[in-house]
Design a protein around this ligand. Structure first.
Ligand SMILES: C[S@@+](CC[C@H](N)C(=O)[O-])C[C@H]1O[C@@H](n2cnc3c(N)ncnc32)[C@H](O)[C@@H]1O
Length: 417
C-alpha cells in the first residue's frame, strides 16, 4: 500500500511543479543523457559489460518525473534495434503527461506509462525487471526502506538498480533554509505562494549564510520555481552519507557496485603525502569512499549502481576480461585522441574539483581505436602490428592506464561488442 504520510503535500508539489522542468518540443534538438541508466554505463556496472540487448530487456523507471531516464533509456534501447522496453511509473499525472509528450515527440513506442506509487509496483506492473532506475525519489519517501524493498521485490535476481540520493555535505545550507522556511508554517499556502515567500527569504540572506556561501548548489537560482521548490520547500527530504547509504542498501540485502563518477570517491587524487596515502591501502573500498566524502565536502548527491547481495561479485566489467570493447561516451575517438595529443593531459572537473592526468602519445594511439567494436585484445594486437615500437605487452599497459583514467572520470565503459 502507498504511504499516506506526507503524500498529499508531495502530490500537490509535483502536480504544480513537475520535476525537472522539461519542454517536449526540445526533444527535436537533443537527448537528455546522464547518470545513472545510460545503457553502456549500466551494462558495465550491473552486467559486467556482457548484456546482450538484442534479447528481451525490461526496465522500470520508478518515480520517473518528467521522463529524463525513461526517455534516455527507451531511446538507447530503440537504437540497439532490440526488443528492450521501459515501464514508467510516477504519482504525478502532470509529470507523466510531460514524459508521454516527450516520448511521442521522439516516436518512441517502447515505454508503458503507469500512474501510482512505487510501493504498489508489484500490483501495478509486476516484475521481474532486469533493471530499475530510481533517482531522486527514495530520499523523499516517509519510509525509504519500504520503497527500496518494494523495488527489490520486482527486481530479477541477476538484475540491478541505478539510484540517486541526496548527500549531506555538498548540500550544506539547504537544510538550514528548509528549517527556516518550515518555521514560518507555510503549510496552508499553495506551492506558488510558498515559492514567492521563499524568494523573499533568499533575498534577505546575509553573506555568511551557508546556502549563500555554497557555490555548489544552484537549483534555486537556475531551475526556476520547480527547482526552488524541490530544493527548499520539499515536504520530505533527507540526505545519506556514504556510510548511511551503505547501511540502508545492505539492510535490503543489496550492495553497491560503484559510485559515479568513481574518481570522485577516491581519496588518492587529493592526498599527496605518502604516509597519509599509504593508510588508504588498509581501508576497504567503502571506507575510502566515506573518507573521500568527508575530505572533499563537495558531494551533493550519490549516484550508485546496486545488485542483490546474493549475486556475488561478478557484476562490474573489468580490463581482465580482454574480450570486452571500450566505448567512449559523448566523444569521437579520433578527435579526442588528437586533442589529447596536443595538450598532453586530460583535464576534468568532478563535483567542483579539478583533475588533471598526463596522457602519453602511446595512450592517444590506443584511444583512437576505442570505437566500441574493437575489443581490448583486438586493439593491443592491432597496435603491435601497426607499430614496430609497440609490443602487445606495452600496448596492454597503455590501454589499462588510459582506461583507468577515462573510466574513473565516467568517460568510458567496457562491453561485449
Ligand atoms: C525529484 S523528482 C525526480 C524525477 C526523476 N526520477 C528524475 O530524476 O528526473 C521525484 C519524482 O518522484 C515521484 N514520486 C514521489 N514519491 C513517489 C512514489 N511513492 N511512487 C512513485 N513516484 C513517486 C514524484 O511525483 C516526482 O515526480
Amino acid at each position: 500500500m502507498a504511504d499516506t504520510d506526507g503524500v498529499e503535500t508531495l502530490n500537490q508539489q509535483y502536480e504544480t511543479y513537475p520535476y525537472p522542468p522539461r519542454d517536449p518540443a526540445d526533444e527535436a534538438n537533443r537527448l537528455v543523457t546522464g547518470s545513472p541508466s545510460q545503457l553502456a554505463e549500466l551494462n558495465h556496472y550491473v552486467f559486467a559489460g556482457r548484456r546482450d540487448f538484442s534479447k528481451p530487456f525490461r526496465a522500470l523507471v520508478a518515480g520517473g518525473g518528467t521522463g529524463d531516464a525513461a526517455i534516455m533509456l527507451a531511446q538507447q534501447l530503440a537504437d540497439t534495434g532490440g526488443p528492450g522496453n521501459v515501464v514508467y511509473l510516477d504519482l504525478s499525472s502532470a509529470s507523466r503527461a510531460i514524459a508521454e509528450a516527450r516520448a511521442e515527440a521522439r516516436g518512441l513506442s517502447n515505454i508503458s506509462f503507469y500512474s501510482g506509487s512505487l510501493l504498489d509496483i508489484s500490483s501495478i506492473a509486476p516484475g521481474p525487471y532486469d533493471y530499475i532506475d530510481c533517482c531522486g525519489v527514495l530520499h523523499h519517501l516517509s519510509n525509504p526502506s519500504a520503497g527500496l524493498k518494494s523495488l527489490c521485490d520486482v527486481l530479477s535476481d541477476d538484475g540491478g538498480m541505478g539510484v540517486m540520493v541526496y548527500a549531506p555535505l555538498g548540500r550544506n545550507g539547504v537544510y538550514h533554509v528548509q528549517e527556516m522556511l518550515r518555521s514560518f508554517d507555510l503549510s496552508d499556502s499553495n506551492p506558488v505562494d510558498q515559492v514567492a515567500f521563499a524568494r523573499k527569504l533568499l533575498e534577505n540572506l546575509p553573506s555568511t549564510n551557508w546556502l549563500k556561501r555554497n557555490s555548489l548548489v544552484g537549483d534555486h537560482l537556475n531551475e526556476g520555481d520547480a527547482g526552488l521548490y524541490d530544493l527548499l520547500l520539499h515536504s520530505q527530504d533527507r540526505a545519506y552519507s556514504v556510510s548511511e547509504l551503505n547501511t540502508f542498501i545492505g539492510e535490503a540485502d543489496m550492495r553497491i557496485t560503484t559510485f559515479i563518477a568513481p574518481f570522485a570517491y577516491d581519496p588518492s587524487h587529493h592526498v599527496e603525502d605518502e604516509e597519509l596515502a599509504s593508510k588508504f591501502e588498509t581501508m576497504s573500498w567503502i571506507e575510502r569512499c566515506a573518507f573521500t566524502e568527508l575530505l572533499t565536502g563537495s558531494l551533493k548527491t550519490h549516484i550508485a549502481y546496486l545488485v542483490k547481495s546474493k549475486r556475488g561479485d561478478k557484476s562490474v566489467a573489468t580490463v581482465d576480461d580482454t574480450d570486452l570493447a571500450p566505448i567512449l561516451v559523448g566523444l569521437e575517438p579520433k578527435s579526442a585522441a588528437n586533442a589529447l595529443r596536443d595538450k598532453g593531459q586530460l583535464n576534468a572537473e568532478l563535483e567542483g574539483l579539478r583533475y588533471s592526468f598526463p596522457i602519453t602519445h602511446d595512450e592517444c594511439a590506443v584511444l583512437e581505436l576505442f570505437d566500441g567494436h574493437r575489443t581490448q585484445k583486438d586493439i593491443c594486437a592491432a597496435l603491435s602490428v601497426l607499430r614496430t615500437d609497440f609490443s602487445e605487452k606495452s600496448a596492454t599497459q597503455s590501454f589499462r592506464k588510459l582506461f583507468k583514467v577515462l573510466n574513473g572520470l565516467n568517460l568510458s565503459f567496457l562491453r561485449k561488442p
